[in-house]
Design a protein around this ligand. Structure first.
Ligand code: SF4
Length: 429
């Protein structure tokens, strides 16, 4: 290995962890290197080596030349929740909420929902894992049911991912667990959208799924629960999709078990290397991912690494339409700036509400109609639109904007265009 591993001290919702090693220490793969003092999750060495540096943000490990597959097991525990806590498991669908806190509930016969929707376009590692490791995910579901005292479980998968649906169905041996097929629209994987679609209950934006006696967990997270309980394995790696402007073509490359702290350039090069001039490196999915620098590293919540085409240029004044599940104002302004566009005004979808310092949607993916907002943006001087809206709302934007002769950009356009994926516009009937 010709690179070091920078392991971030904050890979979860909560406060950064405190290092429990010192510069110069020898560490083994799987060894605890940082622990939370407040809300957080344990962090373990993803490789064996020597601690090179410790900053407020990360612990850097110089890896040994020879690496082995063995690891320091987590300590003995007396419950599933404790094993999850020791292993440092967090929501690996991107949220990063500590799983031992989420699962420390008594659902009194409620339901676990395994989230295999992977509703962001282009990402493929959840679907591939369901196809290739359905047993591990299934066992994770059973452990989650036991930990939360749930009596049922659903595995949510987009109906179009037939192979994953069949693979998960093939391992189910318990009538309390079933697969639910979901439509291919964004944001079908959002927690409250899943509760609504599967349990028929619309939660308020500030309510958690536990209000519906439900816990929702991403399929990779569930597989890590199985690893923690059965193999005593801590979270030291992540499954990642790399896709985009690559010399090897535009297809998705799925990498399983990438050590945490691996530079993203290492993965991009393994996938073929960047082809020519690019626009952004997106970490995450096209809808909610963040534009990052090439010196970023893989963390417990890294899902996708997407290399995009350059962004289009736009000289006209633009209006921005913010979404509670897609692009927020900061992301839309960033896209506008990269396009060279001047912002004439900003409107929020009327279902956007402020919740705990962020924004959320009142009813994810069910459009309230966008005509009023577009007219407001036009009044503010917008000649074109950049929207960050869900599939259903973009559908209604497209019912209005062309009549007003306002060209529409969706903030995912340059990402999806890179790989020839259909743009988010009119929904097919
Ligand atoms: S209804 Fe509005 S806020 Fe909700 S997901 Fe759609 S665009 Fe976003």
């Amino acid at each position: 290995m010709d690179h070091t591993f920078k392991i971030p001290l904050q890979q979860h919702i909560g406060a950064p962890c405190k290092p429990v090693v010192n510069v110069g220490d020898r560490v083994k793969r799987g060894q605890l290197i940082a622990a939370p003092e407040k809300l957080g999750a344990n962090i373990h060495a993803s490789v064996s080596g020597t601690v090179n540096a410790i900053t407020d943000e990360f612990i850097e490990i110089e890896p040994d030349k020879e690496q082995t597959e063995d690891y320091v097991p987590i300590k003995e525990t007396s419950s599933i929740i404790e094993a999850i806590k020791e292993a440092g498991i967090v929501g690996m669908g991107g949220a990063g909420f500590p799983t031992h806190v989420k699962m420390d509930v008594d659902l009194q016969g409620g339901v676990v929902i395994a989230n295999g929707v992977e509703c962001e376009p282009l990402l493929n590692h959840n679907v591939r894992q369901m196809e290739e490791e359905p047993e591990k995910i299934y066992k994770g579901i059973k452990y989650a049911m036991e930990a939360t005292n749930a009596s049922r479980a659903y595995i949510a998968i987009k109906a179009k991912n037939k192979k994953a649906v069949e693979a998960m169905k093939s391992v189910i041996d318990d009538p309390r667990i079933e697969v639910r097929e979901m439509p291919d629209i964004y944001p079908m994987g959002e927690e409250r959208a899943l509760v609504r679609e599967i349990l028929g209950m619309l939660l308020k934006p500030d309510q958690l799924p536990t209000a519906a006696k439900a816990v929702i967990s991403n399929v990779e997270t569930l597989s890590r629960i199985c690893e923690a309980v059965e193999e005593r394995k801590p979270v030291i790696s992540k499954n990642v999709t790399v896709i985009g402007r690559l010399k090897s073509g535009r297809q998705a490359h799925v990498f399983f078990d990438v050590p945490i702290g691996t530079p993203i350039t290492e993965l991009i090069n393994k996938a073929g290397g960047i082809e020519g001039e690019f626009g952004e490196i997106i970490m995450g999915g096209p809808f909610t991912g963040k534009a990052v620098d090439l010196d970023s590293v893989v963390t417990k919540t890294t899902g996708g690494i997407i290399i995009t085409d350059p962004l289009p240029r736009e000289k006209r004044k633009v209006g921005l339409l913010v979404c509670g599940c897609g692009a927020n104002e900061a992301r839309l302004r960033e896209v506008a700036e990269k396009m060279g566009a001047c912002v004439a005004g900003v409107e929020r979808c009327k279902q956007v509400v402020d919740v705990r310092g962020g924004i959320k949607c009142e009813n994810p993916g069910n459009c309230p109609g966008q005509a009023e907002k577009i007219l407001k943006l036009k009044k503010k001087g917008a000649e074109a639109l950049i929207v960050g809206t869900c599939s259903d709302c973009t559908n209604t934007v497209m019912g209005v904007a062309p009549k007003l002769k306002m060209p529409v950009y969706h903030h995912t356009d340059h990402v999806l265009r890179t790989v020839g994926h259909p743009l988010v516009r009119r929904l097919k009937k």
